[in-house]
Design a protein around this ligand. Structure first.
Ligand SMILES: Nc1nc2c(c(=O)[nH]1)N[C@H]1C(S)=C(S)[C@@H](COP(=O)(O)O)O[C@H]1N2
Ligand SMILES: [Mo]
Length: 197
């Protein structure tokens, strides 16, 4: 049965697929709970914690530089999808708009629906990380986190917060939803950082 949904990578792709992962057919949806339906006009992103408080509306985000990017996607449940094509706002371009307190060392991402996930500031502020609103040339579907999600390609995809609506800057590490429930605090797929010790 598994062969219907997963395939073993051929040799030409084997070095792109982390240990213990298989290639997914299609793009599975992985959500804990229900999909929130948020209109672009109702969406906003709020900056809290150790930074000057700010709120970005949809129009504010669209006024920032828009960038196409391609990234691999690795879910800890062992499926991977290579070369996903997205468009969005680079995390570094958003950060340039903020006044972050020098004591900030970590972030908690907040989402419509209540999901959270934590990152170190170093893992959050990387040039390949995006707030994404477009998937394969179309508006990001609600099930995949539309209207706006985070994409953090270098870590397992539970860090890629769907329906993101807040960035909270923190001095100390804190745990998000899956991290509190036994998953690794960082989640690096090449090191198979799946569960916390
Ligand atoms: N808000 C929110 N974001 C989330 C999740 C979730 O349940 N809620 N699931 C995470 C997990 S475990 C994965 S693998 C990816 C799945 O993204 P997809 O449904 O677009 O494949 O979203 C991540 N972001
Ligand atoms: Mo996942």
């Amino acid at each position: 049965m598994a062969g219907k949904y997963f395939q073993k990578p051929g040799p030409e792709l084997a070095d792109r697929v982390p240990p213990g992962q298989h290639l997914a057919k299609g793009f599975p949806v992985l959500t804990y709970g229900d999909t929130p339906h948020i209109a672009q006009a109702d969406w906003s992103l709020t900056i809290t914690g150790l930074a000057a408080p700010q709120t970005f509306t949809w129009a504010d985000m669209m006024a920032l530089p828009q960038t196409d990017f391609t990234a691999d996607f690795h879910c800890v449940t062992t499926w991977s999808k290579l070369d996903v094509t997205w468009r969005g706002v680079r995390v570094t371009d958003l950060i340039a708009q903020l006044q972050v307190n020098p004591e900030a060392a970590c972030v908690m991402l907040h989402c419509y629906g209540g999901y959270t996930t934590n990152l170190t500031l170093a893992d959050f502020v990387r040039p390949e990380n995006f707030f994404a609103h477009t998937l394969d040339g179309s508006p990001l579907p609600p099930d995949h986190g539309g209207p706006m999600r985070l994409v953090v390609p270098h870590l397992y995809a539970w860090k890629s917060a769907k329906w993101v609506n807040g960035v909270e800057f923190l001095a100390e590490p804190a745990l998000g939803f899956w991290e509190r429930n036994g998953y690794h605090h960082r989640g690096e797929p090449w090191a198979e950082e799946r569960y916390s010790g």
